[in-house]
Design a protein around this ligand. Structure first.
Ligand SMILES: Cc1cc2nc3c(=O)[nH]c(=O)nc-3n(C[C@H](O)[C@H](O)[C@H](O)COP(=O)(O)O)c2cc1C
Length: 429
């Protein structure tokens, strides 16, 4: 009898242990992320060394990205700041993005309200959502149609998010790339959600190597160094809807440079094969960089040339630019003199921007060439976000507005018929 009782007790204990361990393997519905890090890298260094990374360390397994790094990147991408606003600006106050986090064990969504991951689906879907780049984490960036009906302006927000993912990854020694070709069609998203881009996260197989070489032929003043740390600049960005004050030439040039310029660093990672690149401050689909940035001030309207068009010997498309176009000649071309800020304010139904000392407008030339427009709105959003961060360094305020009267803007900017003004970014004090 005694032996029988001992045997039964052992059986009960063993089954309890196996129950506990199988419970352990069950995934948590919600994972609270650790607080984000304040990174050491300056914003200036992060924007100078932004570049796309496409292969990641596999040693012998993929080197994982820790929760601390993931937390910091997700906060920068879409988290809340101390002032109660999210890190990125929502046009008309709308935020319509969902970030999916694809990890080895499962797919989660990021909840910015309590900075957590919420279980979406168990299983490893990383190579399905991104068949181009094998990485330990894939961030799937999705447009929620219920929160903003406009597919183009929702892509502006995704462009802003993409910049912070690039900058923060750079600051943490990680790599990423905006991938527009995705496997979202094979992921069972809710009906109201459309997958837009995927950004892999991992330690680069080959860490990018940069050389400081600001040897640009330019009529612009030098972009000054700044020690201001990236986390602070993201945290301190101030958005405004009414503007005043003046803009100085140095500030104007710095803001234009941030919007679409080239780095002072050259990327010599692949110099052994003669591939020396000078990256821009933002990515562009197929390295096209088609946007044209106009600056409207009280003096007149100017077109920013980040570099003189340099035909790429590898492409038949004259509008295709490349990171290999060296050297760079940047300047501002006056389009017309006079104060046209009132007209731009009317054309965006925002009376208050008429007093902004600077209004930047991104324009997509030859819009008929591009049947899909959201990637160019993504790029305009990335460019506008850079202007917002650079403005923060300069103690200036910014916003992003929609053009509401396209023909008025086109006539004021003297654009040809086929051009499409995308967004309007006033800057002021
Ligand atoms: C909307 C968009 C879609 C992109 N799609 C892809 C993609 O599917 N695959 C890829 O490897 N790179 C993609 N890129 C990255 C560009 O190829 C890259 O930004 C460009 O070549 C410039 O290089 P850099 O970012 O290193 O400066 C995309 C970029 C953007 C903005």
């Amino acid at each position: 009898m005694k032996i029988y009782t001992i045997f039964i007790s052992i059986l009960i204990i063993l089954s309890c242990i196996s129950l506990v361990s199988s419970y352990d393997k069950k995934l948590n519905y919600e994972i609270l992320l650790p607080p984000p890090l304040s990174v050491d890298m300056s914003y200036r260094n992060a924007i100078f060394s932004r570049c796309s990374v496409r292969s990641f360390k596999v040693t012998p397994q993929m080197e994982p990205v820790g929760d601390q790094e993931l937390s910091t990147i997700l906060w920068a991408a879409y988290g809340y700041r101390d002032n109660g606003n999210q890190t990125v600006y929502g046009i008309d106050g709308l935020h319509s993005t969902v970030i999916y986090v694809f990890r080895e064990e499962a797919v989660y969504t990021y909840n910015p309200l309590n900075h957590s991951l919420v279980l979406f689906q168990e299983g490893d879907l990383r190579s399905i959502v991104n068949w181009q780049h094998n990485a330990p984490i894939q961030l799937g960036i999705v447009w929620d149609k219920n929160k903003n009906k406009n597919e183009n302006y929702s892509s502006v927000e995704i462009g802003e998010i993409g910049q912070n993912i690039y900058f923060m990854s750079t600051a943490l020694g990680l790599g990423t790339v905006t991938a527009g070709l995705t496997g979202f069609k094979d992921i069972d998203l809710p009906e109201n959600e459309i997958g837009r881009i995927v950004m892999p996260l991992g330690y680069p197989k080959k860490s990018p190597i940069f050389e400081y070489n600001p040897n640009l032929i330019t009529l612009f003043p030098r972009i000054p160094d700044s020690d201001e740390n990236l986390t602070n600049v993201i945290e301190n960005r101030i958005e405004k809807h009414s503007f005043e004050g003046d803009i100085y030439r140095q500030e104007l040039c710095q803001l234009l440079w941030a919007s679409y310029g080239f780095s002072y660093l050259i990327d010599v990672t692949n110099s052994a094969t003669n591939e020396v690149e000078r990256h821009r401050t933002l990515p562009s689909s197929h390295c096209t960089y088609p946007l044209v940035i106009y600056a409207v001030t009280s003096f007149g309207i100017f077109r920013y040339f980040p570099h003189i068009l340099h035909l790429n010997p590898y492409s038949d498309n004259p509008y295709y630019s490349s990171n290999y176009d060296l050297p760079v000649i940047s300047f501002l071309l006056p389009i017309r003199l006079g104060d046209y800020r009132d007209e731009i304010a009317k054309a965006s139904s925002q009376r208050d921007i008429a007093s902004a000392p600077l209004i930047l407008i991104s324009v997509l030339p030859l819009s008929s060439l591009y049947s899909v427009s959201w990637p160019w709105y993504y790029e305009a959003g990335a460019s506008a976000y850079n202007v917002m961060l650079e403005s923060t360094l300069l103690n200036l305020h910014t916003g992003i507005f929609k053009p509401t009267d396209l023909s008025l803007i086109k006539s004021v900017l003297r654009l040809i018929d086929d051009s499409l003004p995308l967004i309007i970014v006033p800057v002021g004090r």
